[in-house]
Structure formats: C-alpha cells, structure tokens
Write a protein that binds this ligand. Sequence first.
Ligand code: ADP
Ligand code: ADP
Length: 229
Amino acid sequence: MQGVELTSVTKQYAHGVTALDDVTIAFRTGTFTAVMGPSGSGKSTLLQCAAGLDRPTSGQVTVDGRDLSGLSDKQLTLLRRDRIGFVFQAFNLLPSLTATQNVGLPLRLAGRRPDPELVRQSLAAVGLAGRAGHRPAEMSGGQQQRVAIARALVTRPAVLFADEPTGALDANTSREVLQLLRALVDRHAQTIVMVTHDPVAASYADRVVFLADGRVYGELADPTAELVA
Ligand code: ADP
Ligand code: ADP
C-alpha cells in the first residue's frame, strides 16, 4: 500500500507501560487523518512508531510498502530524513536564518545543495513566495508555522506528521494553517497525520481516529459534519 500502515503494533516501555496495544491503522496516500485522545493515550507513541523514530515491541510498520523492521538504524534514519516530514507545536525555526534558508535546511542536512527551485516551490505551496527573505521575527506566528510546513515538505515526504500544529496559535491563525494543510491534501495529494486536542482542527481532516489506553476505540469518517455542528 502507498502510505503508512501499522499492523498489530504494540509498544511497551520499561516498567510495563503498554503505550500502544495491538493497533492496526492505515494512512493512505492523499488522505488527511486527525488523531485525538486524552493525554497518555498513546498519540505520540503512534506518531513515533509510524515515523520510524521508535521501533514497536511487536507488529509491523510499512512506509510505501517497505517494512521498517527490516531496516537498520542507519537506514531508518535515512528513510526518516528523506521520506518523512515533521511539524510541531513550536515552530523550531532558526532565528538567524531567512525563510529560504530555514526551508533549505533539510536538504543541507541530507548533504545536498539546497536546490533553489525545490525551496521556492515549497514556499509557494504554503503561500509564502513573497516572504522568502524574511527572518522568523519578521513574520506572524501563522507565517512561521507555514515556513515550518514548507521546511517539512521540501524533501517531498511520503507523509507529513503534525503534532499539535495549531497548539500555539490563536483561532484565526489556526484556521489559516488548517486551510493550508487541507489544500496540500486536496491539491498535492499530500498525506497528513495530525495529532490534535481541538475538535475544530480535527474537522479539517478526512477522518478522525480516537485513541484511549493505547487502543483505537473509534473513528469518524466525516468529521466536518460531525464535529462542527
Ligand atoms: P499521548 O501522546 O497520547 O499523551 P504517549 O504516547 O506520550 O501518549 O504516552 C502513552 C503512554 O506511554 C503513557 O502512559 C506514557 O506515560 C507512556 N510513555 C510514553 N513515553 C514513554 C517512555 N519513553 N518511557 C516510558 N513510558 C512512556
Ligand atoms: P499556489 O496556488 O499557492 O501558487 P500551487 O498549488 O500552485 O500553489 O503549488 C506551488 C508549488 O508547490 C508548485 O510549483 C508545486 O510543484 C509545488 N508542490 C507540489 N506539491 C508539493 C508538496 N507536497 N510539497 C511542496 N511543494 C509542492
């Protein structure tokens, strides 16, 4: 399957904590999934296992059909670098660098010369072509998060994982970022998995998966209709 697929994934930490308990879930290419659930329900662990940041205790994770358990730690690092994008609540931009330079960083870290065309396209995809030379302090919170999204997209990842991407933003700015994520899915068939506590944010997704105690206990297939009455 194209996309990311978890099959019977269980993750146990030391001291007997079962963070994920036999989770089977697919994030298909071109879909936008929101993951909700109380604190401690396993959302971060799910993202970490799906992104190859952590290895499950048992079960299988595949990215575009490739079984991650067959990869060495080094291969896993490369796959993460080249095929996975991450966005967090804190934008984590480098303050001394311009938008162009921040977006080019993943290419530099991959030992590539930042291809100006790739960087330009990423900034255009988030609607910031006109802010290429601005530094983070010269941009609004929403613009900074959009730069962080452009940075995550510059390698053209198979999937973009967003962990509370609107957690630090006010309602209007959140909407701007969510509309952007929606547009990336609709126009570029970008696969997105977003963890959120906010039902309004989740309503932008194609479906919502609910976690509790490390298990999937429910799913909404039409969140816009169900969550925003
Ligand atoms: P969420 O993101 O929904 O808050 P987490 O995936 O962070 O949930 O945590 C799920 C469970 O696993 C919790 O009980 C948490 O305390 C535990 N946990 C998470 N990370 C670790 C770790 N590195 N070591 C031990 N226990 C952990
Ligand atoms: P806008 O309408 O804001 O100009 P477009 O939808 O035309 O944005 O896309 C802008 C650029 O983004 C295009 O050149 C396209 O090649 C590039 N692009 C397409 N898919 C992605 C993606 N997943 N990540 C980053 N850039 C992309």
